[in-house]
Design a protein around this ligand. Sequence first.
Ligand SMILES: Cc1ncc(COP(=O)(O)O)c(C=O)c1O
Length: 397
Amino acid sequence: MLELDAFGAFSKLKTPFYYYDTALLRRTADFVAAEAARYGITVHYAVKANSSGKIIREFVSRGFGADCVSGAEVLLADSCGVPAEKIFFAGVGKSDAEISDALRIGIGAFNCESLQEMEVIDDMAAGLGVKARVALRINPDVDAHTHRYITTGLSENKFGIYSHEFDRAIELLKTSERLEFVGLQFHIGSQITDIENVIRAECGKINGITEHFESRGLLVRSIDLGGGLGVDYEDPDGNPVPDFTAWFRTIGECLRRRPDQIVHVEPGRAMVAQCGTLVSRVLFVKCGKTRNFLVLDAGMNDLIRPALYGAYHKIENLSAYYERGSDVRDCAYDVVGPVCESSDVFGEHRILRRSYRGDLIAIRSAGAYGSAMSSRYNLRPPAPDVFSDEIVNFANL
Ligand SMILES: Cc1ncc(COP(=O)(O)O)c(C=O)c1O
């Protein structure tokens, strides 16, 4: 159950809102910083997971860089104080305006995803009279054993440069006067839980590909393994901090690296998922012949992962637990939102304490790809972010 020192303040807030446990966020960040230092790994936070300025600044203060996938993310990272050389810009479709902004800022590297993109960056850098640092995003053809919508490292995927294009990419890098090659980047997918096997396979492929580039005269100064570390959606209280140690240790054991080679990772989900909760109220309890529905005031526009991926989020009735502790009868509910789509479902047949109109409901592990993927569908206003260390400021929302 979500621990709630602030339950009093909670019940005064207008729902839905995203609640972030700042202490857990900091504990996770401190742990990642310590473990990364132990294994000689550099961390770039994947801003796409949650683009709250407060969260980014927590990471900046621990020396993490930023992995960005749009021009707006690059500008946000810059404005939050991420040093330009620690901002990396990935994505299969960078627009001219986005490339131009990033060149002007002087970011650490463009993670190039196609030969054509390399040519465009080369031309634009020439036009601006600057150099562009580039890393090549390589598609390593490794199965991340995760949902097909969040697998990105298979050869038939749209992401990265394919192996049959390596020699042309190498030629371009050797002949360009504007492109400065910094290294190779990989990202095979998200919510990876089979760390040992998947990361071992990824490192095996990376070792071979790095050797290929170096044997053709390109020095691979940095190797970026992407993000992907999974979190425990079933038991957020049992496993609030994901297993960064196993991830870094496996990389340390399996990746062949020279002492002067920089090794990066770009975690998003694992940094922020467990500290976030979507808090909502029950609008109505509908009892059908075979199913009971809890209709919440949060919908798929606030948290789309269940509708998009069939993703599981633990759901808890906070009011039943904290206010009606003695009534412990359980009931099965389909927990749904108010949006006019039948896919607006947070969970089917969930066993919860008996629930009533007005109860506060917590949808856990929602810190990553929650508010970041939210929309205004049905003209619904965005759920605000509320941080535990600032909760009193929100009590009159
Ligand atoms: C290139 C890249 N790096 C990092 C990430 C972050 O992944 P995760 O949130 O699973 O750690 C993603 C997510 O899709 C990505 O596409």
